[in-house]
Design a protein around this ligand. Structure first.
Ligand SMILES: Cc1cc2nc3c(=O)[nH]c(=O)nc-3n(C[C@H](O)[C@H](O)[C@H](O)COP(=O)(O)O)c2cc1C
Length: 439
């Protein structure tokens, strides 16, 4: 499966931690956060985003049934936790991101959503329900944007999650705008009343493409409406934010507590910093490659993420840029990019990331239980990880996504070495082929 011996372990039931780490409502406010992104939101990208100032990170949507089949495996060297399916890693995380990590579920079933959340809850800080993905693999099964027109089901999933999760696990939702503002407010009211901690609004409707301008001007009324409900929950804007500086514009225009960034972070995961990295081929890509290899991120996934990087060149020549890009495009494994990365271990780069993140952790998180979060949890059943295995999840033929969305990383042993280049985004392994219709 991998080059290292892994220990297979159930999710720890009573993890020995020096202190309680959990998200506070405040953590959803005044932030600039990384959006959920299938494939592009891979573990190394989330870690770089956190290193460069993302206040929270959402993992890529994972379909509820997919994670129930997964085997939790811990890499004894790096600490990486992989939830492995039959042919690929469904989802990967590292304990260092846990205090900031929101796990996004794709679901159309309250019970399955709860089982999925219980499966991973010792590795995460919050659970988010995807209510915005308009792609067929999501909507055909009543998930994603299909939930927007089935508010009873949407709210029953959120209510079930809130009741089943312990108080320290936050429950949130990510929606799109409905065509009518009145209908949107009605939906928001119902969602907020389920007891969620934060609501992300992608300021596009289900039929809008990501090339269409996000209609952020509709958000202020929603923010005011939520405030008027007297609920202390965060409203997070999503759509067209370019980075840390631009987030101020978005906040001012919308009144949103926080701003979520997807494509700008896909292009440059350091966009959360007020001084994002320039000359990505020199200053980001080599380090990204080293960290990705060290963490055993599958090469095809690493290659895909790097193919999405775009940035300004200041001290790099076009020729240098081309050399790095072409080397990555041609490479079939980490071994083929040795010339770009220099010393290979990645351990030092990873240590720097860990230090940067841990330096924030002590400031950002409280040891004391947060009464505001507690009050949101009407019930706190600390049930054990479900062992029951659900029916095989089968994505219908003809959809763009042959396996449930997840980290997208095939298991090392199962994946042929001569993988087709997925760099074009046209590979059937890529759940986000161009032209993209984003969630
Ligand atoms: C590659 C990619 C994958 C995405 N995957 C997800 C996903 O798993 N869940 C989700 O809720 N939205 C997903 N989205 C949508 C984004 O989270 C976000 O809502 C959208 O891109 C708008 O934000 P932006 O204008 O900052 O890009 C994805 C977007 C992209 C570009």
């Amino acid at each position: 499966m991998s080059r290292r011996t892994h220990s297979v372990s159930p999710s720890p039931r009573n993890p020995k931690r020096a202190r309680i780490e959990h998200l506070l409502l405040e953590n959803f406010k005044n932030g600039v956060v990384l959006a959920p992104m299938v494939r592009s939101g891979a573990l190394p990208t989330r870690l770089f985003a956190l290193k460069h100032g993302a206040t929270l990170v959402w993992g890529p949507e994972t379909v509820d049934k997919a994670i129930l089949h997964a085997e939790r495996v811990v890499d004894p060297v790096t600490g990486v936790v992989s939830y492995n399916g039959k042919s690929k890693a469904i989802w990967m995380t590292h304990p260092v991101e846990k205090p900031y990590l929101i796990y996004q579920i794709g679901s159309a079933d309250p019970e399955l959503a709860v089982q999925a959340a219980r499966t991973v809850m010792n590795d995460i800080s919050g659970v988010d329900l995807n209510c915005g993905c308009p792609k067929p693999f999501s909507t055909h099964a009543g998930m994603g944007a299909a939930l927007l027109t089935n508010p009873d089901l949407l709210c029953s999933i959120l209510t079930a999650l809130r009741e089943a999760m312990p108080p320290h696990i936050t429950v949130t939702a990510k929606i799109r705008l409905l065509p009518s503002q009145e209908d949107t407010l009605e939906l928001v009211e119902r969602i907020v009343n389920t007891g969620i901690s934060a609501l992300t609004v992608h300021c596009r409707t289900r039929n809008m493409r990501d090339r269409d301008r996000a209609v952020i001007e509709r958000l202020r009324e929603i923010v005011d409406f939520v405030k008027g409900m007297g609920k202390d929950i965060a409203v997070i804007e999503n759509g067209d934010c370019l980075g840390a500086e631009d987030a101020n514009r978005v906040r001012e225009a919308t009144g949103a507590h926080s701003v979520m960034i997807a494509r700008a972070a896909e292009s440059n995961p350091s966009c959360f910093s007020s001084t994002p990295i320039v000359d990505l081929n020199k200053n980001l890509i080599p380090s990204y490659l080293r960290v990705a290899k060290y963490l055993d991120n599958h090469w095809s996934l690493t290659k895909f993420c790097i193919s999405q990087f775009k940035g300004t060149s200041v001290n790099s020549t076009k020729a240098e840029e081309k050399r790095v890009r072409e080397a990555v495009i041609k490479a079939r494994s980490y071994d083929d990019v040795k010339d770009i990365v220099g010393e290979w271990t990645g351990e030092q780069d990873f240590k720097e990331i860990v230090q940067a993140i841990e330096a924030r952790t002590s400031e950002d998180h409280s040891q004391a239980p947060d009464p505001a979060v507690d009050s949101l949890s009407r019930s706190s059943s600390l049930s054990q990880t479900e062992t029951e295995v659900a029916d095989e999840y089968i994505t219908p033929e003809g959809t763009q996504n042959p396996e449930p969305p997840g980290s997208g990383a095939p298991l090392m042993s199962d994946f042929p070495r001569d993988i087709p280049a997925i760099i074009t985004g046209d590979s059937p392994l890529t759940p986000t082929p161009a032209p993209r219709l984003t969630a």
